[in-house]
Design a protein around this ligand. Structure first.
Ligand code: PEP
Length: 248
């Protein structure tokens, strides 16, 4: 588990043609076409992107996974088995936008984590506090509650992404001290509560850009980045991946 991991989260953006152009640019560049780089494409484009990524080194990720594990009458859902079938290596779980707009509970997220693990897809559990929770001083307790599901998972590789809600898509970035404090907290919590899975990677997410990537990625206990807006431009994503590639 060496090297930083950078995953671009395209959210509900791109079309068939623009996704193809973006992937073509990432594949053409050794800074992005390498191990430790991934793209989380919209579900409808996963198969298209998977075909394009064949033969390259960029990993495919989904932005979500169903809580239901068996095929059946779950209209609109995408199962972990389907994600594995099209070649997803990672699945985001519990992104703050999903927690906020789709009221995803810890119970649902635990099911998603288990389904992904059972299908051989590495879940990336996203955790983060709101501005109110940070300013109210409850931020560590909030993250502790969100991490609690990891104690229910017996084994398997997973990733945690710390994404303060107030820093996502807002241009506000957590300070390096805030990032260092939270990443140390998450790693310690996992060491004490998540048994053999304690070797997890903890990514930072929240307005990571070309200009701030190097400093964030060099911060202690930051094992990579989850990048939203800046991953939609091959130029800015390349700079972030380049910064990650220089660091161990
Ligand atoms: C995200 O969507 O996970 C994210 C961190 O977004 P942004 O980089 O745009 O803040």
């Amino acid at each position: 588990m060496s090297g930083k991991l950078v995953i671009g989260n395209w959210k509900m953006n791109t079309r068939s043609e623009s996704a193809q152009a973006l992937v073509a640019a990432l594949l053409a560049d050794p800074a992005t076409n390498r191990d430790g780089v991934g793209v989380a494409a919209p579900a409808v484009y996963l198969a298209q992107v998977a075909r394009q990524l064949e033969g390259g080194r960029i990993a495919l990720a989904s932005q979500d996974v169903s809580r239901y594990d068996a095929d059946g009458a779950f209209t609109g859902e995408t199962s972990a088995a389907m994600l594995a079938d099209v070649g997803c290596r990672y699945a985001l779980v519990g992104h703050s936008e999903r927690r906020q707009y789709f009221a995803e509970s810890n119970e649902a997220l635990l099911r998603k984590m288990r389904n992904a693990l059972a299908a051989g897809v590495t879940p990336v559990l996203c955790v983060g506090e709101t501005l109110e929770q940070r300013e109210g001083g409850q931020y560590l307790e909030v993250i502790r509650q969100q991490l609690a599901i990891l104690a229910e998972i017996a084994d398997g590789e997973y990733v945690v992404a710390y994404e303060p809600v107030w820093a996502i898509g807002t241009g506000k970035v957590a300070s390096l001290e805030q990032i260092a404090e939270m990443h140390a907290f998450i790693k310690n919590w996992c060491l004490q509560n998540a048994g053999s899975s304690a070797n997890i990677r903890v990514l930072y997410g929240g307005s990571v850009k070309a200009e701030n990537a190097e400093a964030i990625l060099a911060t202690k206990n930051v094992d990579g980045a989850l990048v939203g807006g800046a991953s939609l431009s091959a130029d800015s994503f390349r700079v972030i991946c380049q910064a990650a590639g220089k660091l161990i």
